[in-house]
Design a protein around this ligand. Sequence first.
Ligand SMILES: NC(=O)c1ccc[n+]([C@@H]2O[C@H](COP(=O)([O-])OP(=O)(O)OC[C@H]3O[C@@H](n4cnc5c(N)ncnc54)[C@H](OP(=O)(O)O)[C@@H]3O)[C@@H](O)[C@H]2O)c1
Length: 306
Amino acid sequence: MFHLWYWVRRRTPSSFQPVILITGCSSGIGLALAQMLYKRNQYRVIITARNVGPLRERFQESDRFWIRALDVTLPEPREALIKEISAAWGGVNILVNNAGISYRAVVEHMTEKDEYVQMATNYLGPVALIRLVMPHMREIGRGKIINVSSVSGMLAMPTMASYTASKYALEGLSEALWYEAKPLGINVSLIQPGFVRSKAFTRVYYTEKSKSARQESETYGDYYLNMAPFVERFMRLSLSDSGGIARSILRVIKTENPPLWIPSTLDAYVFYYLRRFIPRRILLPVLFQLLPKARRWGRLYSHKRR
Ligand SMILES: NC(=O)c1ccc[n+]([C@@H]2O[C@H](COP(=O)([O-])OP(=O)(O)OC[C@H]3O[C@@H](n4cnc5c(N)ncnc54)[C@H](OP(=O)(O)O)[C@@H]3O)[C@@H](O)[C@H]2O)c1
């Protein structure tokens, strides 16, 4: 649906070579986007990752394509990188906050430290980067902030509460920022992928408690044993891959005034319309019934009165 919008709003390239900073390029969506921008001379690009070794083997640096180490949770490297970019190119014109992690743990199995790691990666780090790039964007009266969110930013999932919270936080901030940035010529967009056919499910984080609870006899064991294959199956069967999401980001990069919310997979559209049109009191019980064996969860240890 947005494709026509993108086509209408696309501008003929000018001599201006926007500076694009992307986080989390070691795999998945970030890597796919890096590959797409590698050969596009109309942009100056900085791809980043915590470990840049494999990126240096894959890509050749040039005067318009940089590879830099960046852990988005660390203040000093964030500031040093923006300083380096500002000294060479004036500043960042397009920020793609893509880096993200997902804990698989029920609320009771997270510690405060785990919560912090989740939020620092998916929310606090991206927001700190936004704060660092905005002064330059404000000064020149243009810029784009593209935050990679998720369907989990519109609908919650059991065993992924903290991930959901981090994406809801990113969505809320981006919506408020949209108002603040619009008068300054800065666009804010949220890319909202649903299930993506990728290996991302092999990269989920477990907490000490959620790691040891993955058996039927453990409290919450049945939650994990049912939810993990459920999510993995949807990811494996998804029609969208990381390249497809990277193309959505590229369309936003090329579009003059992209919209704030950009559902980027078919299921993201479905969830978006479900959330909009089905009353909440009905939606949640219906979705609960659709979760695998959810009616039997906790049957061995729940003290709920029947
Ligand atoms: N895959 C999906 O189904 C899906 C669905 C909805 C939304 N998303 C969102 O899409 C974005 C990209 O995910 P993906 O699917 O491409 O997963 P992915 O392959 O796991 O990529 C995540 C990237 O983030 C990086 N990262 C993690 N912690 C970091 C940190 N502290 N500092 C810098 N980089 C860090 C990872 O680097 P390391 O190698 O260093 O860990 C990796 O490059 C995420 O924001 C995710 O929440 C994904």
